[in-house]
Write a protein that binds this ligand. Structure first.
Ligand code: FES
Length: 119
């Protein structure tokens, strides 16, 4: 059995573990997988990556600020939570439609060589 360190319910504000040798979990795949005007949800990493305009990539937490569901769909410029229908902007994570009380927190990413990684 492989001993995985707790991939817990990420409430942490510390993003980086200084001891991490292989941080495969920060890999968010190729930029080509993110549609322009849409995005992609990475459930394991609790991240939603969007491309509001061609070549402009953003990342937000994928946990809805209403009751903590993982957002389910990204389309038409919106990140949509399936639980109670909250909608967020793919540009800045702001609430477009409630009941979500606050925006999705933006996450820092690096984009280079056609690859996206959590910064
Ligand atoms: S948990 Fe997302 S809308 Fe309620």
């Amino acid at each position: 059995m492989t001993a995985l360190t707790a991939c817990g319910t990420g409430t942490g504000t510390e993003e980086q573990t200084p001891t991490g040798a292989g941080t495969a979990n920060s890999d968010l795949g190729p930029t080509s997988a993110i549609p322009v005007g849409g995005g992609r949800i990475f459930v394991e990493q609790d991240v939603v990556v969007t491309q509001p305009d061609r070549g402009q990539f953003k990342a937000f937490t994928a946990t809805c600020t209403h009751q903590g569901c993982i957002v389910g769909t990204v389309k038409d410029g919106l990140i949509i939570c399936p639980c109670h229908g909250s909608r967020y902007s793919i540009t800045d994570g702001s609430v477009v439609q409630g009941p979500a009380p606050s925006p999705l927190a933006e996450l820092a990413i690096d984009v280079s060589g056609g690859k996206i990684t959590l910064a």
